[in-house]
Design a protein around this ligand. Structure first.
Ligand code: HEC
Ligand code: HEC
Length: 284
């Protein structure tokens, strides 16, 4: 008798362990769910995070991103840090002036990104409004603009400013000699800083002024943010440069010594504080 009871008990416990339980999504934020949800693409294959993965500093490791139907995007996926400091939101398109437009764009970049045809917002909204995961988190008045604004909020909250180099500057710590040299080459000797400015390691206006100069290919594209640059290969608007040593020499010759110092300096711009915040983990 006891034997049977023990066996029945063991079977029940085993079944409980084996039957997959629906993960409780209530601990997740709305922006996080939207950002990681592949059902926001027209065929359920790609989410924002597929191309902007927190594990690759919000890029994807491809030369050019791959969309829902396997087509190459036009560009290399940019990291999504420091978006509050931007004047426009594209490698090239200076008319894309709001973050709202940049967040809305991938949905309808058919077929290259999330794969919807324009004006398909009703299907996406229908999915979100009728899904158990989302229902407790949204109100009756949740519209397309609410969805985009949630994603905007999510992106603007990504913490930055905690790289070793910034901490050193804030705390006025003395730099070791290699760091000091790297910074000196970056800022004074080779003037990388005129384009990759220090405040945000980003310089948006340059493109507007010089895009007419077709002889200098570099000037046709926005200067990328160098925060986390050691994590975001391949490089450039089209990902054609595979490693950091070649990327830093893209328009300036450097000696081996200068190159080593700059790479060391750039490594100190690594800032992955966001990884310790569970809202930047995949909830699905
Ligand atoms: C298939 C890959 C792919 C998907 C999916 C994707 N993106 Fe992107 N994203 C890109 C590429 C490529 C660019 C660069 C576009 C350009 O420069 O014109 C970009 C640019 C951006 C930018 C502008 C950043 C900048 O520095 O200018 C934002 C913001 C952005 N994406 C957010 C999102 C959000 C939010 C989602 C989900 C709704 C998303 N992306 C889905 C590939 C993708
Ligand atoms: C005249 C402005 C300018 C100067 C000076 C400049 N850069 Fe750049 N940098 C750019 C532009 C524009 C790009 C993107 C070009 C493209 O996508 O084709 C870029 C790209 C890069 C990249 C690739 C980043 C990525 O995410 O793809 C690195 C790394 C880089 N620059 C480092 C440096 C270093 C180090 C120096 C100094 C030795 C320097 N740059 C000088 C404008 C400049």
């Amino acid at each position: 008798m006891w034997k049977w009871l023990v066996m029945a008990g063991a079977v029940i416990i085993l079944a409980w362990l084996l039957i997959p339980s629906e993960k409780d999504k209530s601990e997740y934020t709305l922006g996080q769910l939207l950002f990681f949800d592949p059902n926001l693409s027209s065929n359920g294959t790609k989410s924002c995070a597929s191309c902007h993965s927190p594990d690759f500093a919000f890029t994807d490791g491809y030369r050019k991103s791959v969309g829902a139907f396997g087509d190459a995007s036009e560009f290399n996926a940019p990291g999504l840090l420091d978006l509050d400091r931007r004047e426009f939101f594209s490698w090239r398109d200076t008319t894309r002036k709001s973050l709202y437009e940049a967040v809305e764009r991938p949905f309808f970049a058919h077929p290259k990104e999330l794969g919807w045809k324009a004006e398909d917002t009703t299907d996406i909204l229908f999915y979100v409004k009728n899904n158990n995961i989302y229902r407790p988190l949204i109100s009756e008045n949740f519209w397309w603009s609410s969805l985009i604004e949630e994603l905007e909020k999510y992106l603007l909250n990504i913490p930055t400013g905690n790289s070793v180099f910034e901490k050193q500057l804030r705390e006025k710590n003395e730099m070791d000699s290699l760091t000091a040299k790297g910074f000196e080459v970056f800022a004074s000797r080779k003037k990388c800083i005129t384009c990759h400015t220090l405040e945000s390691f980003n310089f948006s206006n340059h493109l507007v002024k010089s895009s007419r100069n077709i002889l200098f290919d570099n000037y046709k594209y926005q200067t990328p943010n160098l925060r986390n640059v050691l994590l975001t290969a391949p490089y450039m608007h089209d990902g054609h440069i595979g490693n950091i040593s070649d990327a830093i020499r893209h328009n300036t010759p450097l000696s081996d010594e200068e190159q080593k110092a700059i790479i060391h300096f750039l490594s100190l711009l690594t800032d992955t504080t966001y990884l310790s915040n569970p809202i930047y983990k995949n909830p699905f």
